[in-house]
Every structure is written in C-alpha cells, then in structure tokens.
Design a protein around this ligand. Structure first.
Ligand SMILES: [Zn+2]
Length: 349
C-alpha cells in the first residue's frame, strides 16, 4: 500500500488553516521550537510535519513558502532518509519484529505501550550536535501522549532549553493526556477531520482497487487512517464481533442485566487473553457502534419515529463516551464503558 511520495504542503489534502499558519510562520521566520499537532488519528498530521521539515530544508523553496518536492533534501525527507529528521514512535517489544516495523498492519499487541526514556536519550545525544545537513533538524514524536513519565520529563528539559536549529513536532490525538508542562511548551496547531472528497482523494491515491475504496470510504468518518484500520477483513470481523456483543446487551429480552458488567471487566490493555479487548479495539468498536446507531436513527426516521429517537439518543451517549475516553487513563476506561452500557440501556422506546 504505497502512498505517493510527499511533495510539500500542496500534496496534503485538507487542513488549510493549520498549513496556512505554518506557511505564515515560515514566511516571517517565526517558527516555534516545539509544536503540538493535535487532532484525530489518521488525518495527516504526520504528513504535514514532514512537509514542514521539507519546506524548512528545501534548497529551492517556492515563492509561496512551500517545498519544491524535487530537490535532494525534499526527496530524502519524503523517503525517510534524511538524517536531520528523526521520528520517535512506540517500538516493538521484541526486536524480531523490527523488520516489519513500517508495515501498515503493525499489530498493536506487539508494540510497547509507551515511548521509553531510552528513546529520548538517543535523541538527546543526536541533538547535541549541529544538524548534519546544515539546515534545520526536526524531531517528530508520534503518539506523544504515549510518552512514559520519565521520557516526558526528560523531553521537557530539552523543550525548556531547545538546542539550536532544532524543532520538535509532537503529534497527538489525545492532547489532554500529555503533561500540562509539555503542552505549555508547545505551540498547539489543531487538526480536524477530513471531508469526504479529501478522504476519497487520499484513498484513491493508494494502491487500492476502486471497489476497495468504495468499501472503506463509509468507514473513514473523516480519517483516512481509520478507514485503513479496516483494510484487513479479519480485523473488521473482530470489531464487528465485539460490536455485536455490545448490541446484544442492549436487547431487553434474553440478556442478563449483568451482561454489560461482564463485558466491561474484559477490558485489558494490552489484552492478555483471547476474550479480552484492548484500547485500540475498544476505540474502533465504539466508532463502529456510533456509526451503526446514527445510521439506524437516520434510516428509521420516517418509518419508526420512536425507534429513531432511541437510536439517536444512544448514538449521542456513545459519542460522549468517546470524548470522555479521549483523555482517560487505562484505570477508568472499564468504568466508562460500564457507565455507557448502563446509560444506553436506560434509553427505552
Ligand atoms: Zn526541495
């Protein structure tokens, strides 16, 4: 599944406001030493961070403050071979998996839960020297909300005294889970969901059949990354199974009242047993549940108004829960899930 190589801001779909802000900062030479790109998963925050690094290291920057996309620096940044662009992300627990680390289907269970302090140590050793290429150095931290406490504290020291010619870009879809001291050191740039033509265009640029694009498009909900999660039919089947279990607890007859309590206690991140589910699976299943309830509400609006209202109210409860979970620690995820199921059941025709 090869995405077309990045060629500056103009090859990114959507995010006009965020990109406009960055271009103005480039034009006025007022770049922050640390940015927090906050917004949903899979909308292109990482690509914008790379486009920014391209624009700042391009040897033939355009008049409208974009990268040329063609020079050696631009091409090496796009292909991940530029020594002054470092990407920090959760590593695999076991080095055996190191070889498929860039694979699109990276299995959540094989990844460490956190970005560990040793990874930040490596970065600190690198930034002690001036950028090799003579331009600016960029350190992109994916899922910055996954920084271990020690890693975050070490990073904080560096953000307080940024090394020369070095810029940090922290990416997060759960910015509220970052240390407030880290957030306050960063300039926040907000990213929203993509609209459907943009999602369609991005999916269309990947090596997918038109049928596959048509199948994934309704699952995207504004995020290319979310649609690609369901690229593997086995993956989608596993989420649908959990979705079916949640829907079963909502049916009035034939389900013990304790059914949803039992479901909530199976939350374990990362899952250790086959019948348990982790954070990724829960988030994705809730997104499917929300979509299912909303579609049911729309579908029955004329024919069964009462049922439509029930589904609309339930969709709203799921949406609220997804927002609450956004900043939740693993400690209270199970409880939020249980609360959601209780509230869903309380909505009756
Ligand atoms: Zn260039």
């Amino acid at each position: 599944m090869g995405a077309p190589l990045l060629q500056g801001f103009r090859s990114v779909r959507g995010h006009e406001a965020a990109i406009g802000l960055l271009r103005r900062a480039i034009a006025h030479q007022r770049l922050a030493s640390a940015y927090l790109f906050a917004g949903p998963l899979g909308v292109g925050k990482d690509r914008v961070a790379h486009a920014l690094a391209q624009a700042m290291n391009c040897t033939a920057r355009t008049a409208d403050d974009d990268a040329c996309g063609e020079c050696s620096n631009c091409r090496r940044i796009a292909s991940g071979q530029f020594v002054d662009l470092l990407v920090v992300k959760r590593e695999f627990r076991d080095s055996v998996f190191a070889r498929d680390r860039e694979g699109p289907d990276a299995d959540e269970k094989k990844l460490r839960q956190e970005i560990v302090v040793e990874q930040i140590d490596v970065i600190m050793q690198r930034v002690a020297f001036r950028p090799h290429e003579g331009g600016t150095r960029w350190i992109v931290i994916r899922e910055a909300d996954r920084l271990h406490k020690n890693a975050a504290n070490k990073l904080l020291k560096t953000l307080e005294e940024p090394p020369p010619e070095t810029h940090f870009v922290l990416l997060s879809h759960r910015p509220s889970a970052l240390l407030p001291t880290i957030r306050s050191r960063c300039q926040t740039v907000n990213f929203g969901l993509l609209d459907e033509p943009d999602v369609r265009a991005v999916l269309g640029g990947l090596e997918l059949t038109p049928e596959h694009v048509a199948e994934l498009l309704p699952l995207a909900e504004g995020s290319v990354g979310r649609a690609l999660i369901y690229q593997d039919p086995k993956h989608l089947a596993a989420r649908k199974k959990l979705l079916e279990e949640i829907l079963a607890t909502l049916r009035v007859n034939g389900v013990a009242v304790g059914g949803f309590v039992e479901l909530a206690t199976r939350y374990k991140d990362p899952p250790e047993k086959n019948d348990q589910f982790g954070r990724g699976e829960l988030d994705e299943t809730l997104a499917l549940l929300y979509r299912h309830l909303r579609n049911e509400a729309l579908g029955s609006a004329g024919k069964a108004p009462r049922q439509s209202l029930v589904n609309a109210a339930r969709a709203e409860i799921v949406r609220e829960t997804m927002e609450l979970l956004d900043g939740a620690t693993s400690f209270n995820v199970g409880m939020q899930l249980q609360n959601m199921l209780v509230r869903l059941r309380e909505v009756r025709p």
